[in-house]
Design a protein around this ligand. Structure first.
Ligand code: PLP
Length: 495
């Protein structure tokens, strides 16, 4: 079955998967969604005998139908290799009453690597398939982790350039250092004076700027997006949910056809949407548990049916989730509106204008697969500490949000379904917050001393990604106001 993609905002021309990946965002500002969600053509039992790479092929082939078997397998081979520090790519760790799906074994030690290791390969393959001669310019707004993962993925990839905007005062010291030390002649990193939503809105505006697009075209450039709005990111993220389920089955921790719950620490709604797609493709998931930090827009949305971004933006110790506009939610809205692009476009217009929208009761009734809750800073710190003290297992601040919400869900519902918690970053990426949660005395140590101490108390080897930045020189030192992002693009491309 060939799958085509349409924009969530208009019934414009349908496109192939490779076209959707190249374009990133639809021309009308909508997101590409598959016309149908295909069902798995392998059983969970069959999946349980596959490697990560084999699973990736069997899942991705169903949605990226215009890629040939050779093309897709070559992308997968190039993505999921020794860049990951474990052969299983996404291992499960059991601690307390949950399975932590460790999605941080890639190059930049956050779950973004799962998709951004393969996106450059999908994109250059897509360019070839569509006879694109322009250089692809990846424009990315990051709340910290996407930026580095995208830089690492695209650095020195022929036919591409990458420009990353991050909120100058809104990422962790280690996140910032990872980005500003990025090598690669085709890379640039710019800190903006503004928050993540400013960066993301600015990038969306640049994508929609026709005047800029024309000048770029004349010089042989075109934009694409590595943000989680690109379906080339969404599709690879479905894979690890299938893989996790299959591993549990293989190890006889669950029985055939047994349902599991999934908890996802959520920001832009990409990771949990991938789990939702996995469920719709046939993965036995009961509840999709959406965990927010103090920026609890999504919790309020699931509770009331009203999405309202008019509120204070809170900087937390889980910065990759400090988001008030969860872009990928639009794909879910479109779906619960009955794939009605016009209805969705109206709601998104209201979000753009008034900063809020409300869904109908009928739409709300379709959200019963989801449960939303949130975790405060104190709750997260307490969870990191207690989990460490009880089990020796150290989780990062984002994963802690999920673990707290998992506890709240259990207390609320008494649902004892076995649960996979998406563990989205290595504790080494947020060492200071993690260590001070465990013991206040660590506050006085410098970042790299804390790294060594974390290794000592957790018995986990310091990842290469951290060793690298200890000594790497800063190569990007550019800042601009949130209103000057266009000028930053022009300077990068010599327009
Ligand atoms: C990006 C990110 C998230 C949020 O994922 P979304 O797909 O944007 O919801 C959570 N945790 C970490 C560590 C991240 O990098």
């Amino acid at each position: 079955m060939d799958i085509f993609y349409r924009s969530t905002r208009g019934n414009e021309r349908k496109v192939t998967a490779s076209e959707a990946i190249l374009q990133g965002l639809a021309v009308d500002g909508g997101l590409f969604v598959p016309e149908q969600i295909p069902a798995f053509d392998k059983t969970m039992k069959e999946f349980s005998e596959m490697s990560y790479q084999e699973t990736a092929y069997e899942v991705m082939k169903l949605l990226l139908t215009d890629f040939t078997e050779d093309e897709l397998k070559s992308c997968i081979r190039n993505a999921y290799d020794e860049k990951f520090d474990t052969e299983t790519i996404a291992p499960l760790a059991e601690a307390e009453d949950a399975y932590f799906l460790e999605l941080f074994h890639g190059k930049t030690i956050a779950f973004k690597d799962m998709a951004l290791s393969i996106l450059p390969h999908l994109m250059t393959t897509a360019a070839k398939k569509n006879q694109v001669k322009n250089e692809i310019v990846i424009l990315t707004a990051t709340s910290g982790d996407t930026g580095k993962a995208a830089l690492a993925g695209f650095a020195d990839v022929k036919g591409t350039r990458i420009l990353v905007f991050y909120p100058k005062n809104g990422v962790s010291p280690i996140q910032e250092r990872q980005m500003v030390t990025q090598k690669g002649a085709n890379t640039r990193v710019v800190g903006i004076y503004g928050n993540f939503d400013d960066a993301q809105s600015g990038v969306k505006k640049l994508f929609a700027d026709q005047e800029l697009a024309e000048r770029m075209q004349a010089k042989g450039y075109q934009f694409s997006s590595a943000n989680s709005i690109n379906i080339g990111r969404l599709v690879p993220q479905i894979v690890y949910y299938v893989y996790a389920y299959a591993q549990l089955l293989k190890e006889e921790r669950i029985a055939e056809n047994e349902f599991i719950n999934v908890v996802v620490p959520t920001g832009n709604f990409g990771n949990i949407l991938a789990a939702f797609y996995a469920k719709n493709m046939g993965l036995p998931i009961r509840k999709l548990i959406c965990a927010s930090n103090d920026n609890k827009v999504l919790y309020d949305f699931f509770r009331t049916g009203e999405y309202d971004r008019n509120r204070e933006f809170v900087l937390t110790t889980s910065p990759s989730m400090d988001i008030l506009i969860s872009s990928n939610l639009e794909r879910l809205i479109y779906r619960i509106a009955g794939n009605d692009a016009q209805k969705n476009a109206e709601l998104m217009k209201s979000l753009n204008g008034e900063g809020r929208y409300e869904i109908t009761e009928e739409m709300k009734a379709q959200l019963s697969d989801f449960y939303g809750n949130f975790a405060t800073e104190e709750e997260c710190a307490a969870k990191i500490k207690s989990l460490y003290e009880d089990t020796g297992y150290v989780i990062d601040t984002h994963t802690a949000v999920a673990a707290v919400v998992h506890d709240k869900y259990r207390a609320d519902t008494e649902d004892g379904t076995k649960t996979v918690i998406a563990s989205t970053a290595s504790p080494y990426k947020f060492t200071r917050s993690v260590m001070t949660a465990i013991d206040g005395k660590y506050d006085e140590m410098d970042d790299f001393a804390l790294v060594d101490e974390l290794s000592r108390i957790s018995n986990v080897r310091i990842p290469g990604a951290i060793e690298e930045i200890r000594t790497a020189p800063v190569v990007h030192d550019i800042q601009c106001d949130k209103t000057q992002m266009k000028e930053a693009v022009e300077a990068f491309l010599n327009l």
